[in-house]
Write a protein that binds this ligand. Structure first.
Ligand SMILES: NC(=O)CC(=O)O
Length: 410
């Protein structure tokens, strides 16, 4: 994969120019994209700033996030050719840092769960995951050093796990969603994909203007709660093995890892995630649903039909459960520095018709807490584990994730 930090170091050392770094991506895209189908649009002649902390860094932008002058097609025929005038807030920030919005990456329709044409960079017979399919695949394939995604259920962490790259779904609203097509205003979170955890941390610190995110320390003996989320169906053996390896690596690095059973309030919130997601999705996509329902692919249609059936009382009840669970989780974090759990039920499923199950992700999206995917080496197809921090403690979550990543690589 292309490391953002490595490219920046070579540019700082004068052995690579920003234009040269972009050319490296173009060459990798030329080599891999014909088989991968991760990109929707490639900017033929983007401005390439010479200066800035992200000068020379090409970014993939999920096709529900606006980049001025490039179409935002939402993975749907309804928006074929739709081209926004301006940048989404996060894209504008990246450009100000010197980055180049080189390509729009594939998304499932409206960031829901219908498949895209993108394939897994490690095996074309397997899904790359979703909904941020193209971003995860492009970074995992070494075509881009940085990509933007979004997560409403598991759309950053799960595809990163399937494609073998690092990713962060930050604390809720840490990155603005202005200029991002909304599915659920209570859940949608902009996330980042990059080769390794250090690359992701560097990008998040710059994008948010918070250098403390990159400077945070894991501590000499971080307290890690190992959470199995037993309320979700059991994972596959490969995910179990990855979690066990990550636990051993964390303990080798000095962490104190203890099994943590989540209180009932968390399971109750977990099972109500879909009510909030689809009730809000039905309202957010009212124009599309009311005027062009036949153009919606089957899974989006199914989710919006479900949203149509939920009452305001059910929605309000789900939000009360979520609020209660956030309070319980906050008190849990008094005794832990991070949580370690599954990123996905297993390796990428051997199909292109299904983007995978977000059952190990959805609770944490609803809780609004930072989640980091750490690739775990040793499997033919990538399997990741998820490091989760308390709300607003993105730096420490990334530091603990980095500690585990280093120990796994050691
Ligand atoms: N947008 C999402 O998070 C949906 C998913 O997890 O597949």
């Amino acid at each position: 994969m292309l490391s953002l930090l490595d490219l920046r170091a070579r540019i700082a050392a004068g052995t690579l120019t920003p234009a040269g770094a972009i050319d490296l991506c173009r060459a990798a895209i030329a080599a891999r994209e014909p088989d991968l189908h991760a990109l929707v649009t490639l900017d033929p002649a983007p401005a390439i700033p010479e200066a800035g902390p992200l000068a020379g860094i090409a970014v993939g932008v999920k096709d529900i996030i606006d980049s001025a002058g490039l179409p935002s097609q939402m993975g749907s025929s309804i928006y074929a050719g739709w081209t926004p005038r301006g940048d989404a807030a996060v894209v504008s920030r990246l450009k100000r840092l010197g980055a180049v919005a080189l390509a729009k990456t594939t998304t499932t329709a409206f960031a829901s769960s219908d498949p895209t044409e993108t394939v897994n960079p490690h095996d074309p017979g397997h899904t790359p995951g979703g909904s941020s399919a193209g971003s995860a695949a492009a970074v995992g394939a070494g075509m881009l050093p940085l990509a933007l995604g979004t997560q409403t259920a598991g759309s950053v962490i799960r595809p990163a796990s399937y494609c073998g790259c690092a990713a962060v779904k930050p604390s809720f609203r840490l990155i603005p969603t202005v200029g991002v097509k909304t599915y659920s205003w209570a859940l949608d979170t902009v996330g980042l994909f990059a080769a390794g955890v250090a690359d992701v941390a560097h990008a998040l610190a710059l994008v948010t203007g918070r250098p403390e995110i990159e400077g945070a320390e894991a501590g000499s003996a971080p307290r890690i709660g190992l959470v199995r989320q037993d309320f979700a169906e059991a994972p596959e053996p490969a995910a179990e093995a990855a979690l066990a390896r990550a636990r051993q690596a964390a303990e080798r690095a000095g962490a104190r890892v203890t099994d943590l059973a989540l209180p009932a309030e968390l399971a109750q919130a977990w099972e109500r995630h879909r009510i909030i997601q689809n009730y809000e999705g039905r309202l957010a996509l009212a124009w599309e649903y009311d005027t062009q329902a036949d153009a919606l692919p089957p899974r989006v249609r199914e989710h919006l039909d479900a949203g149509e059936a939920f009452s305001p009382a059910q929605y309000d009840d789900a939000r009360r459960h979520a609020h209660r669970a956030r309070r319980v989780l906050k008190s849990l974090f008094a005794d832990y520095d991070a949580i370690l759990t599954f990123s996905a039920p297993g390796p990428a499923p051997a199909t292109l018709a299904f983007t995978g199950d977000p059952r190990f992700n959805q609770l944490w999206t609803l809780m609004g807490v930072p989640c980091v995917n750490v690739p775990v080496p040793g499997h033919r197809l990538p399997v990741g584990v998820q490091v989760i921090g308390r709300f607003g403690d993105d730096g420490r979550a990334l530091a603990v994730a980095r500690m585990i990543e280093d120990a796994l690589r050691g």
